[in-house]
Design a protein around this ligand. Structure first.
Ligand SMILES: [Zn+2]
Length: 555
């Protein structure tokens, strides 16, 4: 999800683990029975997968590394043992994703504000941050500024920040975020950087300045992003040529601090403080021409990188419905080795982000392979590049290895915190489609409930790989254990909060965390039962009538 003192395991132990996994075929083939939490085989297999994937030897499974590919081959090896079929490219298990890794030469990056009688050089990264260009080695652009409010355009909400403004050949200035009155998930989609960039490009802008606001502070302060300034970024290369999400007409841009924003606005005779007061009262600020110019300069270098998605299939039993697929997804990549040189442990093992999700998917796949296949086929999609911006799933969703309209639902597994005996599950996105009913019934089989999203303001529905499937019109959920605990001594919400503050994207997200394998086994069963019912049901899941995401993306 977009939000170690690890055990070093010798090769001998790794082999033992693989043997443990391969020996577990002998478990019950009665796939409809509720899981026996004493099912030592499932628990041992789950543990073995997580221990392997989170081992220091895999160095945090960063996209594009050899260690990531070893993890991918481990997944393939398991799918083969389960008797699944390869469903990648050209009859293989893999889909090779070509990436461009772009690095900004921070010594060359420049943002200058030009007024009638002065020019002001902004400081990188204290006052502004800028990313590398994904396509050109040297960029230079200068243009007049136009303030465009939040830079959002939505027919559904009858909201158009560009209304009455001409930004052709100019640089747009917009506030980060969105009006507070926008519904959370829909708003998160509309206010995403990619949507705002698309709007700017469609309106003919040549540059973008995004302004940090006091409201943005509540999510993440500007200062917190400074250590990441100038870090390389990745994008995937389109088969048609070019890099996805790149607009050649936009030649430069910056993300600026509140203080830099105030200087920028006052240079043009405007008061940003007053606009901040308006947005805090949830008034939508109106745009205007700013009578100043800004110039940007930067140099970028590029590297071609490849990394693999892994795709496997269990063929359905119905002669017609087997041409439709229930899709499980989980990201295998993590953030790698954050070498600063001075710490004892720099390896981000990602035991829970997302070795646990991949392990749950593998054991779900094993369960499917043990009984009668359901009517529809099941597709298991293990993706790369999630931590770089949902890239591997986006690539798969654009170039699926089965027809896009044949995918009836996506169930995504990302960072399931199997750390306590949970008494409920959360399915982000369930309220958008008929998938909610499937989750409710599967949970009920385990005597647990489906709980509503406990943190709608985080808009997690647009923050993991299922979102790539949503944008192709496929009803999707992102399934995690809920915050209710069967153990009165453990508060699920506290465990979640602690994980986020202490271990999320840290080397301590490793195998030393108190993973509860009984909870893991229950989670596997719920996950399996959801897919099993979808795969056997007469009609495929549907978006709810009038749902924003359904209406926007349904094919
Ligand atoms: Zn993550």
């Amino acid at each position: 999800m977009k939000f170690a003192r690890s055990l070093t395991i010798t090769i001998t132990i790794l082999f033992t683990l693989i043997l443990t996994v391969s020996c577990s075929k002998e478990q019950s083939s009665d796939v409809n029975s509720t899981v026996d939490i004493n099912n030592e085989t499932v628990k041992a297999a789950l543990r073995a997968h997580i221990e392997f994937l989170a081992d220091d030897l895999l160095r945090g499974r960063d996209t594009g590394t050899a260690e990531y590919e070893i993890a991918a081959r481990y997944v393939v090896s398991n799918f083969k043992q389960f008797g699944l079929k390869p469903a990648g490219e050209n009859g293989s298990w893999l889909q090779t994703v070509p990436f461009t890794k772009s690095t900004l030469d921070t010594s060359t990056v420049e943002m200058i504000v030009h007024t009638k009688d002065s020019s002001l050089d902004f400081d990188f990264p204290k006052q502004f941050m800028s990313g590398a260009s994904a396509v050109s080695e040297a960029d230079e652009v200068r243009g007049k500024l136009v303030f465009v409010g939040y830079g959002i355009v939505s027919e559904e909400l009858k909201h158009d920040d560009y209304s009455g403004l001409n930004v052709k050949g100019k640089i747009v200035v917009y506030l980060g975020g969105k009006p507070a009155s926008f519904p959370s998930e829909m708003g998160a989609h509309l206010a995403s950087g990619s949507e705002k960039r698309r709007n700017a490009a469609e309106q003919g802008a040549i540059g973008i300045i995004a302004v940090h606001t006091p409201l943005s502070d509540k999510v993440r302060t500007y200062e917190k992003s400074i250590p990441n300034a100038g870090k390389p970024s990745m994008s995937w290369q389109m088969k048609e040529g070019g890099v996805f999400g790149n607009y050649s007409e936009i030649k430069g841009g910056a993300y600026i601090s509140k203080e830099a924003g105030k200087i920028l606005f006052s240079s043009a005779g405007h008061d940003l403080e007053q606009i901040f007061t308006e947005i805090e009262a949830d008034k939508v600020p109106l745009g205007f021409d700013m009578d100043i110019e800004v110039s940007f300069k930067r140099q970028s270098s590029h590297e071609n990188i490849v990394s693999s998605n892994v795709i496997a299939m269990l063929e359905g039993s119905d002669p017609i419905l087997k041409n439709e697929y229930v899709v499980y997804s989980a990201h295998l990549d993590h953030i790698g080795d954050t070498a600063h040189g001075d710490e004892e442990d720099n390896i981000n093992n990602g035991a829970l982000d997302n070795a646990s999700g991949v392990a749950v998917m593998l054991e779900t796949a094993r369960r499917f392979s043990q009984g009668e296949p359901p009517k529809r086929s099941i597709l298991f999609v293990v993706v790369t590049g999630e931590e770089k911006g949902l890239l591997g799933s986006n690539y798969f969703a654009h170039y699926p290895t089965v027809p896009v309209e044949s995918m009836v639902a996506n169930i995504n597994l990302d960072m399931p915190l199997i750390l306590y005996p949970f008494a409920d599950v959360i399915a982000f996105g369930a309220e958008h489609s008929t998938l909610a009913g499937f989750v409710e019934r599967a949970a009920a089989l385990q005597g647990i409930k489906l709980s509503p999203d406990p943190m709608p303001e985080q808009a997690l529905f647009v923050r993991s790989d299922h979102y790539s499937f949503v944008k192709q019109g496929i009803p999707s959920i992102f399934l995690v254990p809920g915050w209710t605990s069967k153990d009165p001594e453990i508060n699920g919400e506290e465990v979640f909060g602690q994980f986020f503050s202490k271990h999320y994207h840290q080397p301590s997200d490793d195998i030393s965390l108190p993973i509860n394998y009984d909870a893991g086994a229950t989670f596997i069963q719920v996950n399996f039962d959801i897919g099993q019912e979808i795969a056997n049901s007469k009609s495929r899941p549907q978006w709810n009538e009038g749902d924003f995401f359904g209406d926007k993306f349904k094919k």
